[in-house]
Design a protein around this ligand. Structure first.
Ligand code: PRP
Ligand code: URA
Length: 215
């Protein structure tokens, strides 16, 4: 797809991400490895998605002298995974920024309509003053991400980014129609959705593969 019309969309082209994505796409990759590599991809994506984080200067002492150096105040950041599959990426981000808060938005796609159904919301009380990174490995029709951003905006959140691993063009188009102001960081932009609204080539059902619930 031509991304020129979507300045909010950042596809992170990096051989390490591409390589690790190939491993988790494989049908034979089992839960333990799938989970480990999902976390690694999250960390690599974080490198790009957190590029514009504000730093504040603090005074420290090296073994040689006093100096003023940058630091990240994690307490003003909130990672919000969309349950369940988003949970697979959270630890990668909290390893990078341990001071960040974590909120949760529970959505599942109705098996018939494929529309998201909300079942759980728990966010920090002062979420509206925080910078929020919404997390979900899969971005298919875009319905779940659209609803999750609606939920955050309804609570007054001003600064939101969305980080996913695999996206379909259909999701990018639908999301950008409503939330063009929200930057999206994508590990791999795939071909299209199948008739069951799964991403092709994709990696299957991310939640099931992360949590081993496929059988
Ligand atoms: C998956 C995935 C996303 C959503 C993406 O969740 O983790 O949340 O589908 O699809 P969409 O862009 O078409 O909305 P699922 O409903 O399978 O729930 P789970 O994470 O609990 O498995
Ligand atoms: N959810 C998934 O887990 N995978 C897809 O391909 C689409 C939605």
């Amino acid at each position: 797809m031509n991304l020129k019309k979507y300045p909010n969309v950042h596809v992170i082209n990096h051989p390490l991400i591409a390589h690790k994505m190939t491993i988790i796409r494989k049908v034979e990759t089992k839960t333990t490895e799938f989970r480990r590599i999902t976390k690694e991809i999250a960390m690599l994506e974080g490198f790009e998605a957190f590029r514009n984080l504000k730093t504040t200067k603090i005074k420290i002492k090296t073994p040689l002298e006093e100096t003023i150096q940058p630091t990240i105040d994690g307490s003003k950041l909130c990672f919000v995974p969309i349950l369940r599959a988003g949970l697979g990426m959270v630890e990668g981000f909290t390893d990078l920024i341990p001071g960040a808060k974590v909120g949760h938005i529970g959505l599942y796609r109705d098996p018939k309509t494929k529309k998201p159904v909300e079942y759980f919301i728990k966010l920090p009380k002062n979420i509206k003053n925080m910078e929020v990174f919404l997390i979900d490995p899969m971005f298919a029709t875009g319905g779940s991400a659209i609803d999750a951003v609606n939920c955050l905006k309804k609570r007054g959140v001003k600064k939101i980014s969305f980080i996913c691993m695999v996206a379909a063009p259909e999701g990018v188009i639908a999301f950008s129609k409503v939330h063009k102001d929200v930057p999206i960081y994508i590990g791999a932009l795939d071909r299209k959705l199948n008739s069951n609204k799964y991403i092709l080539p994709g990696l299957g059902d991310a939640g099931d593969r992360i949590f081993g619930t496929e059988d």
